[in-house]
Ligand binder design. Sequence first.
Ligand SMILES: Cc1cc2nc3c(=O)[nH]c(=O)nc-3n(C[C@H](O)[C@H](O)[C@H](O)COP(=O)(O)O)c2cc1C
Ligand code: SF4
Ligand code: SF4
Length: 255
Amino acid sequence: MDIKKVHLYYFSGTGNTLIVSRSMKEVFEKNGVETRLYAIEKEPPANVDLNTCIGLAFPVAVFTTYPLVMKFIRGLPQANGTKIFMADTMGGLSIGVRSVVKSMLVKKGYNPIAASQIIMPDNFWPSAEKEKKNPKIVNKGVDAASSYADSILKGTASWDEFPILPWISYKISQFLFTMPSFRKKVIKFNKEKCIKCGLCAKLCPVRNIVMHEHPVLDGKCEACVRCNSFCPTGALYRKKDGEHVYRAVKPEELL
Ligand SMILES: Cc1cc2nc3c(=O)[nH]c(=O)nc-3n(C[C@H](O)[C@H](O)[C@H](O)COP(=O)(O)O)c2cc1C
Ligand code: SF4
Ligand code: SF4
């Protein structure tokens, strides 16, 4: 396949998707394809270069993906045959996100060439027990991402779809993200543990955290679990104080 340049737009809550995106970039560049990575939360979709091959990489969340990712996809400009591929990372199961994204892209005039789902460690229910298996899962994920990038260049990759009711699962999932139990209650705060470092506010991709004396969480959380996964003291937590968290990279890599 004749691909000369790739601009890969990724969102990564805790680092898995960043690792996968970097592995793909490495393969593209080894094959002489100039590749740039862009964080979805920092880039206006209207600015994408329609003369490059575009990549989208994001985590699966509630069987589809985060509203911030869907907002980026909805905001992509009208194209005239621009090649585009996607990769999602997940703990184990997605329903329909590939089909929904494909149909949105086709309507916008893109040429969807390939989609792949890559298993990485689950960041939603992490545990010390699961942590032991994670290095193996990450290695497998990196291998899968490299093979996928290779197959994109060779033109052997395809955009498989999930045939069962993709739009229904998508609508249910996006509705769940609007519920107060997600928006307001997923992340909890223990003031006693907070050292007021402000990292959580810098990391939040939807600016849901504002630093006053302590961090204050607004009602637009998308549950990407970045803030609590990287909080240095565990002051932000999901279920119980002192719980295990998952993180695949250093926080600076997501800033
Ligand atoms: C709120 C939330 C919902 C998730 N839902 C799913 C899911 O439906 N299916 C799945 O396989 N993994 C699910 N996961 C796990 C992530 O998709 C997986 O760990 C992903 O690789 C995280 O990528 P990241 O580190 O780039 O954020 C979920 C994670 C979170 C935080
Ligand atoms: S990252 Fe943690 S310790 Fe730092 S301000 Fe946020 S809650 Fe407090
Ligand atoms: S508040 Fe935390 S979990 Fe919610 S969107 Fe921001 S960083 Fe993600």
